[in-house]
Design a protein around this ligand. Structure first.
Ligand code: F6P
Ligand code: MG
Length: 523
């Protein structure tokens, strides 16, 4: 059908829909089609100031509807897509290989048959993951988290599958299902498919391990020749450097470094002073100085209880220990509580067995045959001192079931009030690593300029919320707390360094205000 349009020169043309332009008198046009049409909209309603619907009001936030849009596996632009579609099946495939290797080492028939059944369950999980099955309830295997898992599935994820549930939940669910493959068995309840890998990265971290042990084996002492002012400054500088050691220890988590060479690991783990000064530039949200202001007063104020919500085993845990040792020796903290996982989680996370392994291998192990006697002795001394802290209660390992659920920490106060109350008694709670950061911030597409306190919701605003410090190398999409220029910084990096959010090259050290001292009330 031919339609009339007003050309910019005012001549009437007929569009014959086949692209040919003819004049109204039928003769062909001798010039090109009009380039622009301007309409006057004077009679239409005026433009409104439309606000983006984000963030959701707190009462509308729930696990399927985070404050800003959730990342989901089907979002091809996000790391969620690569993780759900490729990384998780690869990780599961390697877990199956590990279990098969263990199977081949067995001699007792009942144990073999039991493990074959675990392997069959892993095959089913692989089929569910690759076939994007719906998320079914967790089988009651007696774990303390079953009710939490099934409540969350029933309330928010009925009918959802691996790809359309929020990435955080779907990914956590996969690790819970993996645990179930063993937890319902007779002989293999505590089997850890990642244990070999976890031990392996520590033994492949030789240079960085001895770099630290040779410096810290001797108990820390300030030089007698320094004035009090110099001592205080020295303590501050050590604190800042060791905070960075603890921070960058997180860049080597196993789930991402599956194919890394020893050289690549070495450069990531470099702990020298110059290197750390340079890497401070890569801390995009940097509250290091505020952190020191918080920690330096603990000695006098309360005697100091500091908590670490741990992330990875092996080298990262070793860095956490070095840092915690400094806090104890300087008297900045009297007591440190470490929170680990009850079962294998996100490949490299610390379990009780990993904790014990590290301390015992340092004291008794033969992991570093090429090391000098002095280096081996330094490791033994450190290990012995740290074991003593554990014996006398200055260091304590804890493993609340909530840490292995699909809930974010926005729900910590409501779903695990006992844990919230426990943490609220701490002077400072460090959350290590990427996954903990995702859980603090609801793993959603919040703008990078959103302040940390806003992004962590009730973990900052609920009565009794402790001071929180997130030490995280950036390894996934969510990035907040970069300050007023944060959106521009993120936009520039998106353009100049695609992949900056998953490389582990950048980091944040973010501190919340906390509301300690306020009464905690539970409905
Ligand atoms: O699988 C993705 C992920 O959850 C990312 O958040 C991160 O890259 C990794 O796994 C775990 O990192 P971290 O050990 O630092 O929590
Ligand atoms: Mg981890």
């Amino acid at each position: 059908m031919a339609e009339a349009a007003l050309a910019t020169n005012g001549t009437k043309h007929i569009d014959n829909s086949d692209g040919a332009i003819a004049q109204a008198n039928g003769s062909p046009a001798t010039y090109s089609a009009p380039s622009r049409v301007t309409l006057h909209l004077g009679h239409l309603p005026s433009k409104k100031d439309i606000k983006a619907p984000w963030p959701r009001t707190p009462s509308r936030v729930d696990p399927n509807n985070p404050p800003w849009p959730a990342y989901r596996g089907y979002h091809e632009y996000s790391f969620a897509h690569a993780t759900m579609g490729v990384r998780l099946p690869t990780i599961l495939g390697k877990a199956i290989d590990d279990t098969s290797r263990t199977l081949n080492e067995q001699s007792a028939e009942d144990k073999i048959v039991d493990l074959v059944e675990s392997l069959e369950r892993m095959d089913t999980l692989m089929a569910d993951l690759s076939g994007n099955a719906k998320l079914r309830p967790i089988i009651d295997d007696g774990e303390g988290d079953v009710a939490l898992w099934n409540k969350e599935i029933a309330k928010y994820f009925q009918g959802k599958d691996f790809m359309n549930a929020p990435w955080l939940f779907a990914e956590a669910y996969k690790y819970r299902r993996l645990h179930e493959c063993f937890s319902v068995s007779k002989y293999w309840k505590d089997y850890d498919v990642f244990y070999r890998q976890k031990c392996d990265t520590f033994s492949r971290s030789t240079d960085a391990v001895f770099e630290l042990s040779m410096r810290f084996a001797e108990p820390f002492k300030q030089s007698e020749n320094m004035s009090d002012k110099e001592k205080a400054e020295n303590e501050r500088l050590m604190f800042l450097e060791l905070t960075q050691v603890c921070l960058w220890g997180n860049s080597t988590d196993l789930s991402l470094l599956i194919n890394m060479t020893e050289e690549q690991i070495k450069s990531l783990q470099s702990t020298g002073g110059d290197h750390l000064a340079a890497t401070e530039k890569n801390i995009l949200g940097n509250h290091l100085n505020q952190l020191w202001e918080t920690v330096k007063v603990l000695r006098e104020k309360t005697g100091g209880r500091i908590d670490f919500v741990l992330d990875n085993a092996g080298f990262e845990l070793y860095c956490d220990f070095v840092y915690a040792d400094f806090l104890i020796q300087t008297g900045l903290a009297k007591q440190i509580r470490f929170h680990g996982k009850r079962y294998p989680w996100f490949v490299s996370d610390v379990t009780r067995k990993d904790w014990d392994w590290l301390l015992n291998t340092m004291v008794y192990g033969h992991l570093f045959p090429k090391a000098s006697e002095a280096e081996r002795e330094s490791l033994r001394r450190l290990g012995a001192r740290w074991k003593q802290y554990e014996k006398d209660g200055r260091w304590q390992y804890e493993q609340h079931p909530f840490w292995c659920t699909g809930y974010t920490f926005w729900d910590l106060h409501s779903e695990a009030p006992d844990l919230f109350l426990h943490l609220s008694r701490s002077d400072l709670v460090y959350f290590k690593g990427d996954l903990n950061h995702r859980k603090l911030t609801y793993d959603c597409a919040a703008p990078a300029s959103v302040p940390f306190d806003i992004s962590i919701g009730p973990m900052a605003s609920a009565a009794g919320a402790p001071k929180i410090c997130s030490l995280r190398t950036i390894k996934s999409d969510v990035v907040v707390g970069l300050g007023d220029d944060g959106d521009a910084i993120a936009e520039r990096l998106d353009k100049e360094e695609p992949g900056w959010k998953i490389s582990g090259k950048y980091a944040v050290v973010l501190l919340s205000e906390g509301r300690p001292g306020e009464k905690v009330r539970f409905a």
